[in-house]
Every structure is written in C-alpha cells, then in structure tokens.
Design a protein. Sequence first.
Length: 209
Amino acid sequence: MPEWDEIFGEKGHVFTEPHEDIPRIADLFIEKGVRRVLDLGCGTGRHLVFFAKMGFDIHGFDSSSRAISLSEQWLKEENLIAPLQHHQMETVFPYVDNFFDAIISIQVIHHNLLKDINTTIQEMVRVLRPSGMIFVTFPVLSMGPVTKEADWDLKEVEKGTYIPQVGPESGIPHHYFSTIEIPRIFQDFKILELFIDDSNHRCILGVRK
C-alpha cells in the first residue's frame, strides 16, 4: 500500500489551483465574519496559499509529512504564514474546542472507513465554534466500482467503502457517501448547499448547529 508521502513524493504538487468554488466560499466567509479557518487535509498547500493571501488566519494539517513540507516551502516562497501540523484526521485534532470559525476539506474525508470518518466529523464539530461554517467535498457514489475507477480493482470492505487493489491509491480506503447517509453523518450541521462540482464531487456548505 503506498502512503501519501510516496504519492506526494512522486507527484509533488498534485493540485496547484484552488477548487472552483473556493473564491465564492472565501467571499461568503468574509461576509459572515469568518477569520480563523482550518484546511483539513491541506495536501501541498493550494488552499493554504489562497486563504493566506486573502488575509485569513488559515491553519492546516495533513497525514503526509511530505505534503506539509511542500506546503511550508510554498508558503515561504510567497512570504506567507500558516501554522501547519502533521496529523491523522481519524484521531483527536490538535486544537481546543470552538477554535475555528470555518473548516474546509477538499477530497479528503472519504479516505477512511466509516467509523473513522464519523470520528473526523465529531472532531470537526468540536473544534468549530457554534454557527461556524464548513465546506467539504467528496466523490459521488457514481464514481464507484462501476464507472471511473473500475480499473482500480476495487474491493468492498464495508457498505459503501472500497479499497483499490491496484493503481495510484491502492490500499487506501474510499468511502462513497450515499444521499441517505449524508443527513445522518452531517447531522450536527445545517446544510445550506448540496451540489455536484465540475469534477463530479459532491460539495456540502453547512453551518454548525
């Protein structure tokens, strides 16, 4: 099974441009008085750089030390500052309760078993202030074994969760949320928007209840 360090070590900055909806989300954050933002699974820094340039107090963590290193390098090159941590999302987040005004997580939280995803969501609730905002994306069910990733030889290990046996992310869990699951898993949030982006990922904009 490749670790994320191997993936980032081989590919470097996998993404460099912000998610297509991030400029709109950032403007909304400003309108709602959001100041401190967590990039959960920050990768190599594309959203850290974007939010830091806009003046947000942006923080990030990632399970890949290589990704953190690349993010730090990019921030330094741009003369920007963002506190970063090497951390696993299925464990207790290294922040106090109600620390953040908003959390973004782009194509990250689905890379786990459902019990670990639930832990991640619980931690998001804990570190987010009441009425804090989230913007989260993950693949839709149609990206599962029947279509796009059929050549990954996906093995179902629990309902809705598959592990590729081959390919660039072999051994890494991929959970495909059903529309029935979403209200239950995100029950601590009021969902303001639920839509599919241009890369066929489902997007949730929500507010902590």
